[in-house]
Structures are given as C-alpha cells and as structure tokens.
Design a protein around this ligand. Structure first.
Ligand SMILES: [Cu+2]
Length: 152
C-alpha cells in the first residue's frame, strides 16, 4: 500500500496541472474557440465573422487578423446610432480574464474584404490573430474558422 502512494500523488498533480496550470507573472495564455465566417450573400466579396477569445494572465488586445481567405480583415463594432445600426472600424478589442472577447453577428465582429469566391459553405479557413499586451509583447495565434451559410 505504501508503494502505491507516490504514484497516486503524481497522477493527482498531473490532473491539476492539466486543468489550471498557473500562468507565469506578466504572461498570458490565450484560448480561441468557435471561429466562423459567414458566406457573403449573392457573390459579394464582403463577409463577416466571429469567434471567442479567453485569456488567463495579463490583459491582451486583439490588434489584427489576417487570412488567406480574404484580402483584408477589419475589426468592427456594431451599435445603435439614432435608431440605426452602424458599423465602425476599431484598432483593437480588449480581452481580459473577467471579460472574454466575443465577436459575433449583430455585435462586435470581424469584417473580411475581398473574400475568396472559390470557398463554399462547409469549407474552413485559417485566421491568424495578432495580440498585444500593450507593453510591447505580441503573440500570434492561428484558429480554423468554419465557413457557414447566411441562415446558419
Ligand atoms: Cu462590419
């Protein structure tokens, strides 16, 4: 029985490490999920997209996105202005432990210009996201976005 104890203890530590390994001081761990691009209507070259970014550790900002699937990608807000929904381009979106970044249709979103017309619903495209911690440290993350239909 005594011999088993160290092994059990090690397994216990391993599980804890996998779930919530601490992020070193001054660093961050980013997690990106649920990325999608909405297929443009009627063969137009402008598509919108969404994703969720979570961070553990220091605050981050999403400062840029690129993809092979489009010529350029902008970060857009969507807000009511005198009763009309308006989109506006912004330089960055913040993401903190307390406030994950949610980009989605009808809210803050990605806007892709010059969308690759050879792509179809069901395909996927890589999005390359650039994050800055505001202190000069940048990191890039790649996530796969599913291309979905207008009604999906
Ligand atoms: Cu937009």
């Amino acid at each position: 029985m005594k011999r088993l104890l160290p092994a059990v203890a090690l397994i216990g530590l391993g599980l804890v490490a996998a779930c919530s390994n601490p992020v070193p001081e001054g660093e961050s761990a980013l997690d990106i999920s649920g990325a999608y691009i909405v297929m443009p209507a009627g063969g137009q070259g402008i598509a919108s997209g969404g994703l969720v970014v979570k961070v553990r550790g220091t605050d981050e900002m999403l400062t840029g996105v690129t993809t092979d699937a489009a010529d350029s990608v902008e970060l857009h807000t969507m807000a009511m202005d005198n009763g009309v929904m308006r989109m506006r381009q912004v330089e960055s979106f913040p993401v903190t432990e307390k406030a994950p970044l949610v980009l989605e249709r009808g809210g803050n979103h990605l806007m892709l210009f010059g969308f690759d017309k050879s792509l179809a619903v069901g395909d996927s495209a890589d999005l390359v996201l650039t994050f800055s911690d505001g202190q000069g440290k940048e990191q890039m993350m790649v996530t796969k976005a599913e291309i979905i239909g207008q009604a999906d």
